[in-house]
Ligand binder design. Structure first.
Ligand code: B12
Length: 211
């Protein structure tokens, strides 16, 4: 198994060569899905280091961009281990990053894991207005909605989105999960969601309990 503390550190340091070397060795060892999920978690923790360094003024927006590219490429490598191309017969999840927020790495990880668990995911993309979620739910007849957002401001967008689903008369037949760096129990209650998670694998289990 990979040294997750070391991986967290090299992701945080944006040391691309070491990240690639560690991931390539890990993949060559023919690991299982659970190990791969722990590796994703370590990468996620590495991004926290990146975020902290950005807040301290040690990293700049260019570093965030590079971090995003590094993580996206890492997840691509790990995808086959996380399971892909599920049956789609467990129901439909409408998923998107809420208005004002363009972060999508966590959303894409959740999407991959949900598909692997047998859901069909209608991914409407980033920076999506409440009306876009309402339209997608109507068109797909989905019973689950996933709202992603990592900015503190995104909690307001999540609330606006859920309010719009209520106004459209769709809320009572829906389960709504919110996810991303900014979510917590208070945000979940404030936005009016049914569940919150910072861990895609756990969130997929919750969705499974809803169908
Ligand atoms: C990479 C990154 C970027 C990249 C994003 C690239 C991309 N394609 O997504 C770029 C460079 C574009 C970017 C831009 C900005 N960023 Co930025 N970014 C980050 C960084 C370093 C990592 C985010 C990330 O990918 N994390 C890893 C993923 C895997 O974690 P995750 O999103 O939490 O997802 C997991 C779970 O939460 C869950 N999950 C996610 N979605 C969902 C959905 C559902 C339904 C469920 C159930 C679960 C779930 O599953 C995932 C896997 O377990 C964070 C730091 C941090 N600590 O997060 C800052 C951070 C989020 N960014 C920040 C800022 C300030 C910005 C900018 C404003 C910078 C600027 N001045 O321009 C812009 C914002 C633009 C906008 N309007 O959105 C701040 C936000 C501060 C705040 N409190 O609001 C952070 C926290 C950095 C910091 N500490 O200051 N950023």
């Amino acid at each position: 198994m990979i040294d997750t503390a070391k991986l967290r550190q090299v992701v945080g340091e944006l040391d691309e060569d070491s990240v690639n070397e560690m991931l390539d060795q890990f993949i060559a060892s023919d690991p299982g899905g659970e190990d791969a999920r722990q590796v994703v978690e370590a990468c996620q923790q590495g991004m926290e280091i990146v975020g902290n360094n950005f807040e301290k003024g040690e990293y700049f927006v260019g570093d965030l961009i590079f971090a995003g590219e590094l993580l996206t490429a890492s997840i691509e490598k790990l995808k086959p281990l996380l399971g892909a191309g599920g049956s789609g017969n467990r129901g439909v999840i409408v998923l998107g990053t809420v208005e004002g927020d363009i972060h999508d790495i966590g959303k894409n990880i959740f999407k991959g894991m949900a598909e692997a668990a047998g859901f069909r995911v209608v991914d409407i993309g980033i920076d999506q207005a409440p009306a876009a979620f309402v339209k997608a739910v109507r068109e797909s007849e989905s019973k689950i909605v996933g709202l992603s957002g990592v900015l503190t401001l995104s909690i307001e967008s999540m609330k606006r989105t859920i309010d719009a689903l209520k106004e459209a008369g769709l809320r009572d037949t829906l389960k709504i999960a919110i996810g991303g760096n900014a979510v917590n129990p208070d945000a979940c209650a404030y936005a009016g969601a049914d569940a919150w998670s910072k861990n895609a694998a756990e969130a997929v289990k919750v969705c499974g309990s809803w169908v």
